[in-house]
Design a binder for this molecule. Sequence first.
Ligand code: NAD
Length: 288
Amino acid sequence: MSALKQNTVVGVIGAGAMGAGIAQVAAQAGHQVKLYDNREGVAQTAIDSMARQLAKLVERKKFTAGQVQQILARLEVANSLNDLADAGLVVEAIVEKIDVKKAIFDTLESVCSADCILASNTSSISITRLASGMKHPERMVGMHFFNPAPIMKLVEVVSGLATDSDVAACVYETALNWGKKPVYATSTPGFIVNRVARPFYAESFRLRQEQVADCATLDALLKGAGGFRMGAFELTDMIGHDVNYAVTCSVFDAYYGDFRFQPSLIQKDLVDAGFLGRKTGQGFYSYQ
Ligand code: NAD
């Protein structure tokens, strides 16, 4: 199956770190994009922030002012899910909770046309479970971007048991057209990257908990000697501890409590304190 046509409207739900980035990627690729967030004003704030980021890219000569104007003209705020009725693809990027995501897809099925592809940017939740009970489970697929979405090339295209292979192929081809490097994956907990990354985070957090060294030393070692692009502490501060912790809990539960995926108490403390990382100004590091 071929990629989405450029005149296909793309809906994005959730205007947080990931939804805003995905909306930008789709708008840069030429789609009209409707961005919805259930917190009032958040979608507009995300578009305003994108405008500031894109203006910096004009200064750095990555885009012309005219191109940025066109990209921004393709981005609009959706005031409700009903506004997504004309979308050909909807990408959900809301909180990592299965019940909340299922409620969204339930509503989308009654709003969108039967051939609209419904995609989730979930990091860990089973696409098979998300699709179960849907009228058209074959159009449900994982389209898993990485943070920051406008920069990171990888997109995992995740198929659940009921996903139509043509739907996965369309999302794969579309991601290619959007300048990404997609990879097919079947729906297992954490898919590929998030599963491999769990023990990386867990072991780093254990080192910290046992006071082997401070966060900065561990991050520097992982980068310098280990060859990682970011250490576990700066990376999870960027991802957001609420998101990262929820993903670990989801993978841990899905593997029946396998110790390799056990959530970290020091990360739970950060979540409990509201120290969610860069987005709140405090995580393992301070950003005040
Ligand atoms: P975030 O907290 O930055 O943003 C989530 C947004 O969703 C918020 O603005 C919130 O208001 C909105 N929202 C919550 N419930 C909603 C609802 N019912 N309807 C509409 N909007 C709602 O989270 P994020 O980091 O962007 O993560 C979103 C999703 O993307 C999660 O499933 C996460 O696992 C996944 N993901 C995150 C990363 C990452 O590095 N942060 C990377 C890949 C995938």
